[in-house]
Design a protein around this ligand. Structure first.
Ligand SMILES: *Cc1c(COP(=O)(O)O)cnc(C)c1O
Length: 407
């Protein structure tokens, strides 16, 4: 008799239920597959949920970052400061608009960028003569960077703040009462992703939140080819208006070149349905993280969960442990292989972006000891709402076995 196959646990995955299926089917049967009522409904509900004035949806988190860079009017010769420990897109959005990336180091324990890291990064690159315009703190793993301090620091130097909250939807920040990530209390814009491993899934999808009506207007226009039908803003008035002074019904203008970064009504219907489950998802992720904490506590100092910053009640995108691989007597690849043989998927978030060949060629080798130390020890364990308590026990037991074989 063969043992029943153990289900493979990926490091992250979506939760789709019948309500989501029904929502997508309804969108498919509606009059609009794109640019219909679902996008507006999703934006409105999202803004309300994160307590921002406005939300602008778009086709991915990467598109959201690109739109944010465009809305800041970032240009060649200017630069943004980005933590080295993040996904590629946080940095790439500067290059999309011809601006430069100044990689900042991060705290070796949390992986988060702090004001002193920004200051050191700006000093390091000062000789290049780029004009710094903005900082893009990242809420790595769902734990909030200290945006209040970063924002005060940035404001004093006339730098904008854009939060990359692709990991942190559903999280809260601050001292009691904490407020939702995305409310833009300390930033011009906050960016989210709805990739399947993120807090809610639309397949591909993204959102920018802001409290500034001018930014909202600009983001929405750039998302749709740079087009406007707002009669007030028309520049070629003789083409725009009929003899009686009314706007011509076919007429639109393009004051700047934009993109097609729209999110379809099919995606938005799914997003709206998923958003209704966000609190449940976030609670489940928190409960699973606490269970991991409890089960893994005896494995310190060989294996330690990444510590939580004090003002953050995280969105818990990832459950990351820091592993002393040399003490364990195994390389990270060996650990990943052994866990995989037991049906446990793991991943590494992230290789410092400055080490990518593209950036290495552009800016040379950088010494960022905090990012390097964090990266050397990081391992992401399975974490997603449909993970069971037993699954967590199984992952913890596999790690206990790895540690015990050394003693
Ligand atoms: C996922 C992610 C992005 C990009 O989002 P996509 O929707 O995949 O384009 C950007 N930044 C961070 C930190 C992310 O995790």
């Amino acid at each position: 008799m063969s043992a029943p196959a153990i289900p493979f646990l990926p490091y992250g995955k979506q939760w789709i239920d019948e309500a989501d299926e029904a929502a997508v089917l309804a969108a498919l049967r509606s009059d609009y597959l794109t640019t219909g009522p679902a996008a507006a409904a999703f934006e409105e509900a999202f803004a309300a949920r994160v307590e921002a004035k406005y939300a602008v949806c778009c086709s991915s988190g990467t598109a959201a970052l690109h739109l944010a860079a465009l809305a800041l009017d970032l240009s060649p010769g200017e630069a943004i400061v980005v933590p080295a420990l993040t996904f590629l897109a946080t940095a790439n959005c500067a290059r999309f608009v011809g601006a430069e990336v100044i990689f900042a180091d991060v705290d070796p324990r949390t992986g988060l960028m702090e004001p002193h890291h920004v200051e050191a990064a700006l000093a390091r690159e000062a000789h290049r003569g780029w004009k710094p315009r903005a900082i893009f703190p990242v809420h790595l793993n769902g734990h909030c960077a200290e945006v209040e301090a970063l924002s005060a620091w940035a404001r004093a130097r006339d730098l904008a703040v854009v939060e990359d909250a692709c990991h942190a939807l559903g999280g809260r920040y601050g001292t009691e009462p904490m407020t939702p990530v995305g409310d833009c209390r300390h930033s011009a814009m906050t960016v989210f992703s709805f990739h399947p491993v993120k807090a809610i899934a639309t397949g591909e999808g993204g959102m920018v939140t802001t409290n500034d009506p001018a930014l909202r207007h600009r983001l929405a226009r750039l998302r749709n080819h740079g087009m406007t039908r707002d009669a007030e803003s028309f520049q070629h008035r003789e083409s725009a208006f009929d003899d009686d002074g009314s706007a011509n019904p076919w007429y639109y203008e393009m004051p700047e070149a934009g993109f097609n970064y729209r999110l379809s009504d099919i995606h938005c219907a799914l997003g709206l349905s998923q958003l209704g489950k966000l609190d449940r998802f976030a609670d489940r992720r928190r409960a699973l993280a606490s269970r991991y904490d409890r089960l893994l506590a005896p494995l310190a100092p060989m294996i330690r969960p990444v510590p939580r910053p004090p003002k953050s009640d995280g969105g818990w995108h990832l459950y990351v442990v820091q592993v002393d691989f040399p003490a364990l007597g195994l390389t990270r690849a060996q650990v990943m292989h052994r866990l995989k043989q037991k049906g446990i998927g793991t991943q590494v978030h992230y290789l410092p972006v400055n080490r990518q060949p593209y950036y290495r060629q552009r800016y040379g080798a950088l010494s960022l000891p905090g990012a390097d130390a964090y990266y050397a020890q990081a391992l992401s364990l399975p974490l997603y709402p449909s993970l069971s308590d037993d699954d967590v026990e199984r992952v913890a037991a596999a790690l206990v076995q790895l540690v015990e074989r050394t003693s």
